[in-house]
Design a protein around this ligand. Structure first.
Ligand code: SF4
Length: 352
């Protein structure tokens, strides 16, 4: 064995695990006690229905819990079973999703529901490999569904769990590279409570979401896991977890043209494989100009600058690729959050 590549940090983590093994029960007990007293009561944590858990997990990706709860409640009321969702039109699903952003999640949700019905996996697949094969389901979501619904021993590594693991083990490798993910996955495998994976995953996620948060303040001083936390011992908690450098954000400029005769307006469906695929919008030109654009909208790797120009006309123009609708029908179409914001700000309504 070559010892020269075996860094002091790795050695500390190994020693941690060796010494830690007998204390594992202790860590679980402290974590579960904390969870019992502090966890939020959320409908998808009170059920073992895999369909409901899957729905909540997809909705909650990149969404705050309060906002996600609203959408989850609406989705589950409208499509209570996977067959109902599979039978819906994609446009209806996008319309219900409106405002949540990252619309590929909604399209994948719909495709996955259809796949479940086609493959006769209803009410939901029970094998981890089949869950992982659903469109829009990655390692985290598959682990969350398998453990929360079936109590299967798979980790569910969301951003909160990465943070807690990075701090407990004082890991300063970026967690969002493929090598980092592999390393963290390996570590959590050693951590996972195989007797109670559902409880373990719920507790560690909630602990990261509510207690071991990005900004720590003086939380470490009274932390129930303090005695087993390497980052606390080394004074590095505030520096962890480490991310890879962010890619450069791309700026784009959109000019939207809102035509109105007081009763009607023109909209088009976005068909390009680009942001907001299959959502509706006013006729739009993308321009390479840095003129003054009053609206900005930030997506993960893009910063959009937009302006909305209102054209009042006696007779609606004919613009290829657009449809002419009555203003009150606009509510029936899925629109991006940027367009909704502009409509609100410009106070555009029927008879505008
Ligand atoms: S001691 Fe601090 S860094 Fe460590 S687990 Fe507790 S809150 Fe997180």
């Amino acid at each position: 064995m070559k010892y020269e590549n075996f860094s002091a940090k790795k050695l500390q983590i190994c020693v941690f695990f060796c010494n830690f093994a007998p204390k594992m029960e202790n860590l679980y007990r402290q974590l579960y006690n904390w969870y019992a007293q502090n966890h939020r009561v959320l409908p998808w944590r009170e059920t073992d229905d895999p369909y409901a858990i899957w729905l909540s997990e997809i909705i909650l990706q990149q969404t705050r819990v309060a906002q996600g709860l609203e959408y989850y409640t609406r989705f589950i009321a409208r499509w209570p079973h996977v067959e109902d969702l599979a039978a819906a039109d994609e446009a209806e699903v996008l319309r219900e999703w409106q405002g949540l952003g990252y619309y590929s999640r909604a399209r994948n949700l719909h495709k996955a529901a259809q796949m479940i019905v086609e493959k006769a996996w209803s009410p939901f697949p029970t094998r981890f490999e089949d869950i992982r094969a659903l469109p829009g389901v990655g390692d985290y979501t598959a682990g969350a569904i398998a453990s929360f619904a079936y109590n299967m021993p798979y980790p569910a590594m969301d951003g909160n769990v990465y943070r807690v693991v990075a701090r407990l083990l004082d890991i300063d490798e970026p967690f969002d590279t493929s090598a980092g993910k592999k390393l963290f996955h390996h570590k959590i495998e050693a951590f996972l409570d195989r007797e109670n994976p559902r409880l373990f995953n719920s507790a560690i996620m909630e602990f990261g979401a509510l207690y071991c948060t990005p900004i720590l303040g003086d939380a470490c001083l009274t932390c129930p896991l303090q005695s087993t936390c390497l980052a606390y011992a080394h004074g590095t908690a505030g520096l962890l977890p480490v991310r890879k450098p962010r890619p450069k954000v791309r700026d784009r400029w959109f000019s939207y043209h809102i035509y109105t005769d007081g009763e009607h307006t023109l909209i088009r469906r976005r068909e390009e494989k680009d942001i907001w695929y299959h959502l509706y919008e006013f006729p739009c030109q993308e321009e390479q100009t840095e003129d003054n654009y009053p609206f900005t909208h930030v997506l993960s790797h893009q910063k959009l600058h937009a302006r909305f120009i209102v054209h009042r006309a006696q007779k609606m123009p004919e613009i290829p690729g657009t449809i002419c609708i009555r203003w009150e029908e606009l509510n029936d179409f899925a629109l991006s959050r940027l367009t909704l914001r502009a409509l609100d700000t410009l106070r555009l309504t029927p008879h505008s």
